[in-house]
Write a protein that binds this ligand. Structure first.
Ligand code: NAG
Ligand code: NAG
Ligand code: NAG
Ligand code: NAG
Ligand code: NAG
Length: 434
């Protein structure tokens, strides 16, 4: 168990540098085709869902017309299976002519006209994971230039069909090649996921210098097992991963599958809450044309998005693991605020978890609590016991801040989470937030 003390110390003591391309100072947000639409290229039988320019245009229309863009969801990202099986006469990648008859540049202009950005996919290796042409070391410059010519805004570089030696050369070379185009292109590296995600094989200092985000771990699938497995890996390895994150450089636990088929509403809230705690990129992979209003309201929750997008960019931490199956996570935010998540791993019934802010290492004081899913607000002293009712596989999520009161004494106690203190009667009965 690690204290809030460490949480601050690690954030402040590690001098690190982000890739100097000016983009993704907060975690990128948008939509990414892979998890939901995979490598469906059967446009004859499945025209609405196949990987084609129509799919990306549909998603762009939804992002710009259904309130997503204004919340920050601006990237529309193509994944594997977009290209032709052959490079063109000049050796450049080209889109499949049947499925992308307008070409990629026309698609990026369509997005830019709507205030959106285009992401594209390539693979460090002889082939992409889906068997399309890869980017071997000798093709890195020409591919970077092709993407810049198309006015692409983000590039995901997968790692199928290459070995560790080639990856060690290829990922930094691509970073240089993208920079040399003169176009700021957000750079997503799958490199660590191919090397087990942990030191000594993975050097997070170096990744922060060459990539804007990186996939540390396996692909997400449309199931709670998969989401929970990812959550567990990221928080088991939090001491390695937290210092790696910061403005311009993010750990990427992979796409949001909220709005698909595998998660209940409670599990969807859990994914959203914990991705915000992790300062994770928020790439939805779902069908925005048919998404339910329940899933939409979770994905469009303004307070959770603002927690995810906090400008300090400090990744949050698991601080309590109870035998009961309740876990508590906290993320420090600007203005001495914090995001706090109570998560239940139980499978029986809602669990009434009793604690206090002081037990969670908040400093002496009074705090304003905003429950992000119920919109309820309350004031809470650090020493006051309270009870939260956490659903099986669900969360309760709070935004915690110092109350907007004048003449309060600020406490700073050896790095403990801070609020403002004032003298008040001690509550003896736990407050219950349901
Ligand atoms: C609170 O801080 C103490 C002392 O640093 C530490 O032992 C304890 O684990 C922390 N508790 C939590 C919930 O972070
Ligand atoms: C390229 O790198 C230099 C030096 O780090 C930086 O100043 C510049 O903004 C970068 N340009 C792009 C387009 O990323
Ligand atoms: C990696 O691949 C390259 C090129 O295919 C090959 O020359 C090299 O021996 C391989 N290295 C290892 C460690 O397998
Ligand atoms: C990790 O990368 C950094 C920056 O590139 C470098 O200074 C450092 O020596 C590397 N660490 C190891 C253990 O290789
Ligand atoms: C945050 O807390 C510190 C330490 O108590 C205090 O000096 C600072 O003014 C606070 N910042 C804000 C924005 O309230």
């Amino acid at each position: 168990m690690h204290s809030a003390v460490l949480l601050f110390a690690s954030a402040l003591s590690v001098a690190t540098f982000a890739l100097d391309n000016g983009v993704m100072r907060t975690p990128p947000m948008g939509w990414l085709a892979w998890e939901r639409f995979r490598c469906d290229i059967d446009c004859e039988h499945d025209p609405k869902n196949c990987i084609s320019e129509n799919l990306f245009i549909d998603m762009a229309d939804r992002l710009s017309e259904d309130g997503w863009r204004e919340l920050g969801y601006v990237y529309v990202n193509i994944d594997d299976c977009w290209s032709s099986m052959e490079r063109d006469k000049e050796g450049r990648l080209q889109p499949d002519p049947k499925r992308f008859p307008g070409g990629i540049h026309k698609l990026s202009r369509y997005l830019h006209d709507r205030g959106l950005k285009l992401g594209i996919y390539g693979d460090m290796g002889t082939h992409t994971c889906g068997g399309y042409p890869g980017t071997t070391l000798d093709k890195i410059k020409i591919d970077a230039q092709t993407f810049a010519d198309w006015e692409v805004d983000m590039f995901k570089f997968d790692g199928c069909y290459s070995n560790a030696t080639e990856q060690e050369q290829g990922y930094p070379l691509m970073s240089k090649a993208l920079n040399a185009t003169g176009r700021p292109i957000g750079y997503s590296c799958s490199w660590p996921a191919y090397q087990g995600g942990l030191p000594p094989k993975v050097n997070y200092t170096q990744l922060g210098e060459i990539c804007n985000l990186w996939r540390n771990y396996g692909d997400i699938q449309d199931s709670w097992d998969s989401v929970l497995n990812i959550i567990d890996w990221f928080f088991e390895n939090q001491d390695v991963l937290i210092p790696a994150a910061g403005p311009g450089r993010w750990n990427d636990p992979d796409m949001l599958v909220i709005g698909d088929f595998g998660l209940s509403m409670d599990q969807s809230r859990s994914q959203m809450a914990l991705w915000a705690i992790m300062a994770a990129p928020l790439f939805m992979s779902n069908d925005l044309r048919t998404i339910s209003s329940g899933a939409r309201s979770i994905l469009q929750n303004k307070m959770i998005i603002s927690i995810n997008q906090d400008p300090m960019g400090i990744q949050g931490r698991l601080i309590v693991k109870e035998k009961s199956g309740i876990q508590v996570f906290v993320r420090p935010l600007s203005n001495n605020a914090s995001g706090l998540v109570f998560f239940s791993r139980r499978t029986d019934m809602p669990y009434r978890y009793k604690t206090s802010l002081s037990k969670l290492n908040y400093t002496t004081g009074s705090y304003r609590i905003f429950d992000v899913f119920t919109d309820k607000t309350m004031t809470l002293k650090d020493s006051t016991d309270f009870v939260v009712s956490v659903n099986p596989t669900g969360v309760v999520m709070w935004h915690v801040s110092a109350p907007a009161k004048q003449n309060l004494r600020h406490f700073y106690n050896g790095g403990r989470l801070q609020g403002s203190a004032y003298d008040n009667d001690e509550n003896t009965i736990p407050r219950v937030f349901l």
